[in-house]
Write a protein that binds this ligand. Structure first.
Ligand code: NDP
Length: 265
């Protein structure tokens, strides 16, 4: 792995209390960056804070409760980052979750909720952190998106549609912010091991069936060429690349982290 020293840099990871966000926070701490994470559930956040401090006793770490869909929460979070670190260099828009429903099962409220989540989980933190990003040397915004943006699934109709819109939003932001030297990119993930998949395993596995066996069977059923789910740290590594000067000539782009599921050339 290429060594990169991010001491003095500040990474802000929304939804950093679990899964991909937590793995991303770990990577940035490993590289010497200061890190701010947020989430809604205070207990989950406290557990993540304790884990990161155990692993990185000297961590410059801020863990704040914040719902990224709430303007006041996001403004308070940005204010807390400014007060603690003075600036922010890298914003990782990761907070969120998917919605499993077909067109027949998705009512207007569900559509609004899903579109609101997917768009405003990016719009609100981006707007709040832009003033700080503008004042740093190599600012970046990196978003977690899904391969559903390019390859929609009928059983996730609202999520797929919103993901396609987010891909366009990332491109527009990249173009508008390029003159301000702010690079904007995203990752398109397939299935990554996370709390939601663990819960499905617990609900659906046959008695005695291990997580690995269940996951590999599902990966086969879903025709994932690499034959398994992704791990949070694998998504985190792609985010890290796009957020840091390792990708200094890349903007408005995305990295596929789907284990080969994408069917297009
Ligand atoms: P996790 O459930 O493990 O983590 C989600 C994180 O986001 C948690 O920290 C959660 O904390 C936080 N979060 C969710 N909603 C909000 C909110 N409104 N405001 C602030 N924080 C929030 O899931 P993953 O790590 O798997 O997911 C990370 C991202 O990747 C999500 O955007 C998800 O949609 C996306 N994704 C994941 C896939 C997968 O297979 N795992 C596939 C495609 C996309 P809390 O609930 O306490 O707020």
């Amino acid at each position: 792995m290429i060594e990169i020293d991010l001491s003095g840099r500040v990474a802000v990871v929304t939804g950093g209390s679990s899964g991909i966000g937590l793995a991303t926070a770990e990577l940035f701490l490993q590289a010497g960056a200061s890190v701010a994470i947020c989430g809604r559930d205070g207990e989950r956040l406290a557990r993540a804070d304790a884990l990161l401090r155990d692993n990185f006793p000297d961590a410059q770490l801020l863990a704040a409760r914040c719902n990224v869909l709430d303007d006041c929460d996001v403004a308070d979070f940005a204010q807390a980052v400014s007060a603690r670190f003075g600036h922010a260099d890298m914003l990782i828009n990761n907070a969120g979750q998917g919605r499993v429903s077909t067109f027949a099962d998705t009512n207007d409220d569900a559509w609004r909720e899903e579109l609101n989540l997917k768009y405003f989980s990016i719009i609100r933190p981006t707007r709040a952190f832009l003033p700080m990003l503008r004042n740093t040397a190599e600012p970046t915004i990196t978003c977690v998106n899904s391969l559903l943006a390019l390859q929609p699934e009928p059983h996730m109709v609202a999520t797929s549609s919103a993901r396609a819109g987010v891909l366009s939003l990332v491109k527009s932001l990249a173009t508008e912010l390029a003159p301000q030297r702010i690079r904007v990119n995203s990752i398109l993930i397939g299935i990554v091991e996370s709390g939601q998949w663990r819960r499905r395993y617990e609900a659906q596995a046959q008695p005695g069936e291990s997580w690995d066996d269940w996951m590999i069977a599902l990966a086969r059923k879903k025709s994932i060429p690499l034959g398994r789910f992704g791990r949070p740290e694998e998504a985190a590594q792609a985010l890290f690349y796009l957020a840091t000067p390792l990708s200094s000539y890349t903007t408005g782009s995305h990295i596929d982290v789907s284990g080969g599921v994408a069917r297009h050339v």
